[in-house]
Design a protein around this ligand. Sequence first.
Ligand code: ZN
Length: 288
Amino acid sequence: MKDYLVKATLFSGKVRAYAVRSTSLVREAQKRQDTWATASAALGRTLTITTMMGAMLKGEDTITVKIEGSGPLGAIITDGNAKGDVRGYVMQSHVDFPVNDIGKLDVKRAVGEGTLSIVKDLGLKDYFTGQVPLVSGEISEDFTYYFATSEQIPSAVGAGVLINPDHSVLAAGGFIVQLMPGAEEDIITKVETAIASVPPVSTLVQEGYTPEQMLQRLFASEEIQFLETMPVRFQCKCSKDRIIRAIKGLGQEEIKSMIEEDHGAEATCHFCNEVYHVSEAELTELLK
Ligand code: ZN
């Protein structure tokens, strides 16, 4: 089953909804970063939400999410775009704790206290930035708070990641439901009731709900208008060219010492862990 995302509206467009199955992309991130269970859950939830926030963008716009907490994970960095590409990493991937008192992966403990920052690159040097304190450390609640505070959009955000005992990813997915301006009181009540009565996202994901079924489970008898379906994937932007350009930016002296001392250079992409080798000859070429 491939990862994909659906966009939908309800109540004559006054409610906007997104749902995604992100199992493969979170699985790929886990493999590339070798994250342990609690780190995988934190990164996976963030990637899942970033995927949906990417889908809210247009054209070439991109979004970067940074969760900087005091916990052992250090920071979680993800980015995404409107085409369903997403990537991300955690500073410390080998973080795992016993499950918390409700039997869930203790993401809060791994994240700690700190901030959630969002940067949207909207092209033509137009940026949107927002930063909020982490209110929970469980990720979904922090994004809910972000939407309410920074974007003034009342939202319900849910993301769930299930991890196998061997640390591999069993399943992942999530949803975002947002109230548009003009949503009347009775709609707000209906949405709140729906959100309150739905099982945890991880349960829906475990039971194999498709993104459409997730929204149908949420809104039961309400009419959902599915607008669009799009594939989503873990996709890094790194390339040998980018690495070479970065090395070029270090300046002549630095490049000379790479040649003389190391006879080449090696760089690892934080996002996907791809290792790039730049030969002595390629470095010499840069000096010309
Ligand atoms: Zn990369």
